[in-house]
Design a binder for this molecule. Sequence first.
Ligand SMILES: Cc1cc2nc3c(=O)[nH]c(=O)nc-3n(C[C@H](O)[C@H](O)[C@H](O)COP(=O)(O)OP(=O)(O)OC[C@H]3O[C@@H](n4cnc5c(N)ncnc54)[C@H](O)[C@@H]3O)c2cc1C
Length: 486
Amino acid sequence: MQIKELTIELKNLGLKNPPLLKEEEHLKYINDWRGQYSGKAAAVLKPTNTLEVSTIVKFANENGISIVPQGGNTSLCGAATPDKSGNSIIVSLEKMNNIRQFNKEAQTITVESGMILSQIHDLVEKEDLFFPLNLGAKGSCMIGGNLSTNAGGVNVLKYGNTRELCLGLEVVLPDGKIMNLLSELKKDNTGYDLKNLFIGAEGTLGIITAATLKLFRLPKSITTIFVEADKITNAVKLLNVFNSNFPDRIESFELMPRVFWEVAQNNIENIKLPFENLPEMGVLIDISSFAKSEITQNKDGILPITITIENILEECLELNLISNATICTNKAQSQSLWSIREAAAESEKKELENSNLLKCLKHDISLPVESIDNFHEEAQGMISNFLPGLKTIYFGHLGDGNLHYNVFGNGSLPDGFEGKGTDLTSELYKIVHKYNGSFSAEHGIGQLKKNNLKCHKNEAAYSLMTVIKSQLDPKGIMNPGKVLYL
Ligand SMILES: Cc1cc2nc3c(=O)[nH]c(=O)nc-3n(C[C@H](O)[C@H](O)[C@H](O)COP(=O)(O)OP(=O)(O)OC[C@H]3O[C@@H](n4cnc5c(N)ncnc54)[C@H](O)[C@@H]3O)c2cc1C
């Protein structure tokens, strides 16, 4: 179908919101958050309900038009950016942000997929409930995007990825059929687990239109601690100490080493550092309490939680596991540290724009926690031999073994954004593989890591993925050019 005909047809679809057809209206939708990918679209559509999504998908399928589903467009791997042909239509879910059902007793909420993550937080917290998915993009990413990328974030250690937080889904399939798997049930063994097929599929198998989410009791208080260790091994030992003292209570355990603080200091105005000097191997920890003034029992008797934490930290100081520590005494102090952590992606982006480092190879890897130190040592050896002057900016969710391991360099660093991978990235992934890790921990595949998926995924599993895709979407209309080579 020619674009002109398409334009007329789209106008006739009877959507509540007319399609955005002019190129200048598309800018927000056709460029990715990092400024690394840009494409073109024939139109941007903003359906307001599932029936409208179904009408659009059916129309696209009948006419062989490709669709790029889009939430908040915060993908870090070009997953929501159309290709450059200009033949795709973007389906933005931003107008679908209603609550379908809020069951406080069962601790579940069913929302449409365009609801912004922080809005879900605000809604449920008013009822003393808690939705634990939390990431730096929470003010703009949407739950449909979170599900489609199986997003991780800072609370995975205790609550799991988005997949673990989802009880049910409603999906519009590539032929326009509506598949309603919305359910509050904790047990439902009725054949294949289709819900999980669409979680993490990055819009290649259908459009998620609504989801039922698991909620938790809102902790009465969170104690935030920042510590400095001298090396990763000691930070990992500290994790074990906290795990044994506060089982199931560690909400987050984030690694913020010196390189992280250097970038933060360069790019965040009026930054408040936790200590006088930049921390060598900083760790930000949140511990939850479910009683108002919690007391804990240990070998010293019954004590308030802060005293217990102080005692544990003192022991860690004596054992040289850590060299410095601070316990936040108020919310402002804790928020100040968390805002620095949450601004990590933004700070890195500014660093690239403002420094003489022109290129960045992004790696979002996971490793068994106990292997991280050995991996880091070997990776640093490889990187320093690869090209002189490269700088690794790493940080991440140490508690669940997920590091953002980004290599910055000048013009001589090969470009890593076209999905081809680079020699350096391949070498790095070989080391990740050697330590039984994954090259893709939480951001997904998108365009950036298609090649890596083909190289590193088990061959039979990759082939099964292509079979599933071809069966569900034989015309290949759903988010073409992402995840798989077909
Ligand atoms: C500052 C910052 C911090 C971040 N921190 C983290 C982090 O800690 N952990 C983490 O995992 N990620 C993180 N990310 C990456 C990103 O925010 C997540 O991947 C997020 O889940 C994407 O949500 P979105 O609504 O923006 O989706 P989009 O970017 O719009 O889309 C992402 C993918 O999902 C598909 N999609 C979107 N909506 C739907 C739908 N309704 N149905 C089917 N497919 C759909 C798109 O086609 C695309 O393939 C961060 C990003 C930024 C910018």
